[in-house]
Design a protein around this ligand. Structure first.
Ligand SMILES: [Zn+2]
Length: 269
């Protein structure tokens, strides 16, 4: 039903096809890190990285799909990653969303990196530190409301909010400030990673306040029409959005069950 609704919305808005986001986190998917990605995700318009993935993996996706890539770092991100082309402190060509509010074709996007602090590693924050990151963003969100009539469309994080799809162990408890953020600024969609999913029946979609949350562990393909976000998009040429198939969400969960080896960490405690 959701897919049919999404397709109808695409047509109503004048798009010849769906407008989709490829969201990735936490686990290298072999079919994505291969030449097959070009064909499999030819209809994707934007790529989102929700953390705990090597920079070279994000660079590969960005380069092969030739689409913009926004990302946040997870608690297992490297400060410096070394490769044949030298050292890098982030994926080349991608946009770091941490504490920033950006626009992509009219869509208002913001992000926060990292997890709760549980040891001395990088990209970990106490609840108090994350509150300061959230507060840092408030003036820009108020400006958005003034100029665009809404605070935000899409929130990208590594960790989930406290008790909304998080876990009980110290590394995987979510942030309380994210709950306040969702209640106060009501983004339509939040995409996060960090919480690994090993069973196909484990929920990966949730709702809190007025926001739909997606755990993109592995990957998810998100059709913006399914979340009422198509009308927010201002593409120069709607016919540029090419796709071979219709709308809908795709999930990587069954594949994830088979290949739990290529992960940066965060196994459940
Ligand atoms: Zn993580």
């Amino acid at each position: 039903m959701v897919e049919a609704k999404g397709r109808a919305e695409c047509r109503r808005q004048g798009y010849t096809s769906a407008v989709k986001i490829l969201a990735v986190s936490d686990k290298i998917i072999p079919t994505i890190y291969s030449a097959a990605v070009r064909e499999q995700f030819a209809d994707v318009s934007l790529v989102i990285g929700c953390g705990d993935l090597p920079y070279y993996y994000l660079e590969y996706i960005l380069t092969v799909l030739d689409k913009p890539l926004f990302f946040v770092r997870g608690n297992h991100a490297n400060l410096v990653e070394y490769g044949p082309l030298g050292e890098r402190r982030g994926p080349w060509g991608a946009v770091d969303l941490h504490r920033h509010v950006m626009q992509w074709n009219g869509l208002l996007i913001a992000g926060f990196e990292g997890s709760r602090r549980y040891n001395q590693g990088h990209f970990q924050y106490t609840d108090r530190e994350m509150w300061s990151h959230v507060m840092h963003m408030v003036p820009h969100l108020l400006w958005n409301k003034l100029i665009h009539g809404r605070y935000l469309d899409l929130l990208i994080t590594h960790s989930p909010p406290y008790q909304v799809g998080d876990a009980d162990d110290p590394a995987h408890i979510g942030f309380r400030s994210y709950r306040w953020f969702l209640e106060r600024f009501r983004p339509r969609l939040m995409i996060h990673g960090h919480i690994h999913i090993y069973h196909p029946k484990t929920p990966w979609q949730r709702r809190y306040a007025q926001t739909d949350l997606i755990n993109c562990y592995g990957y998810q393909v998100v059709n913006l029409a399914d979340y009422g976000l198509l009308e927010r998009i201002r593409m120069k040429d709607k016919a540029d959005v090419k796709t071979a198939s219709g709308a809908g969400l795709r999930t990587s969960q069954p594949q994830s069950l088979l290949e739990p080896d290529q992960e940066l960490g965060d196994a459940p405690q």
